[in-house]
Design a protein around this ligand. Sequence first.
Ligand code: SRM
Ligand code: SF4
Length: 557
Amino acid sequence: MSENLSPVERIKEKSDGLRGTIEEGLKNEISGAISEDDQALLKFHGMYQQDDRDRREERAEKKLERLYSFMIRLRLPGGFLTPQQWIATHHIAGENSTGVIKITTRQTLQLHGLIKSKIKPTIKAFSKAKLDSIATCGDINRNVICAAHPLQSPIHAQIHAYAAKISQQMMPKTRAYYEIWLDEEKLKDKKEEEDPLYQDRYLPRKFKIAIGIPPNNDIDVFGNDVGLIAILENNELKGFNIAIGGGLSTTHGNPATYARLASVIGYAPGGEKVLKAIYEIATIQRDYGNRNDRKLARLKYTVDKYGTGWFRDELNKRTGFLLEEARPFHFSERKDYYGWQQNHQGLWFYTPFVENGRILDDEKLALKSAMFDVAHTGKANFRFTGNQNVIMADIRDKDKAAIDKILYKYGIIEYTDGVSEIRKNSMACVALNTCPLALAEGQRYLPTLLDKIEPMLIKYHLLKEDIIIRMTGCPNGCARPYIAEIGLVGTSLGYYNLHLGGDHSGTRLNKIYKENLDETAILQELDSIFGAFKQEKMPGEKFGDFTLRKKYYSATA
Ligand code: SRM
Ligand code: SF4
């Protein structure tokens, strides 16, 4: 590997264990921002510097600096909060951020709009609630996600425990987070935080791990750098198939970039072996990943450069054991189970529809207040899904009525029951006004586009079809539009590429059908395709399979 390193590599290397000059930057009251180098380091602490893009013009006219603020993302392996932690998060959001609690596509929570002076109090308050934001961003292992619904399988608790164990084993060793944000005494001997996994350059790029339990691929296991697929025998967890090299981002106009689903390279028994395999996949990426071009630095490019065969051999060498042949598995669905559900132990779960993961009170619904009241009963945990929803979970039979009453009082049950299938299967990324990379709207626009799509589905009697639709404001793919049946990827304000042909269970990428469509064109295209689907679909055929069979993709796709 040549040493033509990307600038971020140098920043990491000379950062003194991710400390940089963050502390000094926090004290600077003249600007709401911090230095560029520190912004890169701050990500490893779980925060991004942003600015209100709606107000850029107005601020520039007044010759004011941009309206800077910070977004913080929690580390919640498997996406779990106790009721006490939800109450704490509710208060922290209200006191320090915009107040909106945002569930992400990776099973965790984000708060937006923290001004510089609020960062430290926020992290301290989270820490009091035994929550942190370590390594939720940056070139490091991110929030480990796993199949969300305990209803799904008797092994759910074990899988959840794996998510926590993996997260723990992949944590950085630096004490920077504790020193900067929690006033821990500064380390005297830096040897104590030497990091055999991340060393001083960390990974070449972000690194994502997910654990799926067939048959529900609710967390899109193949969209991750490492996907573990739980293998059961006689209802007992035996081990995992290991898939590597998933990653979804592309860059408009850069043909060297592409979305890729993870390739299954073998099977490892549960316990120490699978943990060792994951660790060593990360060390291979650390040693062989591209550190020159960040656009080509994800594991998927390393896997394609060296080949899956080479990768498996290298992994076998590093772990000291051989991966076994992959075991058979089958994903047949990809969804959250809305409404009330009961699991094998008799516990109850309620999943409301949370549009694009935004928990707030607005003129339509007081979801945030409802969840606060549910948390106050102390009788429900909160489990987040990879589809930006929350499950009010683990409710005992005798407590169900009390929770039900709250949900009725706030109209949550009526609201969720009334949401169409396509909306329940919809996701949009944050995009404007906070995401600096957005080219078009995401979560602020999809709901109104769906208002116009739903009448078309009614017209063709297709409202019961559970079509998966996802929108992002740029090609980075944060709402995983490339594995949707209908994917809309922003190209510029008001314009989107329309992707079709992904399958229902997330095992096939879609393809570009038409580029740069405005709303009128999107609706015209969909109207005509829905009409054809109604007329020509085969019994049981899903929308994504239909559009692929009918070749709704561009000749160059
Ligand atoms: Fe993402 C960058 C939001 C899931 C691929 N993503 C961003 C940033 C942080 C913009 C930035 O770099 O400054 C966005 C912040 C917006 C904001 O204001 O909050 C952002 N990504 C999100 C979230 C919040 C979308 C959502 O609405 O839920 C998701 C947070 C997940 C989490 O909790 O960790 C989110 N991002 C994803 C996913 C989906 C997934 O992981 O399952 C992807 C595609 C999968 C993948 O990684 O390949 C994704 N985000 C990206 C990329 C492209 C990475 C690449 O390989 O090139 C970027 C840009 C980058 O890293 O340079 C990005
Ligand atoms: Fe921002 Fe693009 Fe991700 Fe949307 S897909 S949140 S616009 S980076």
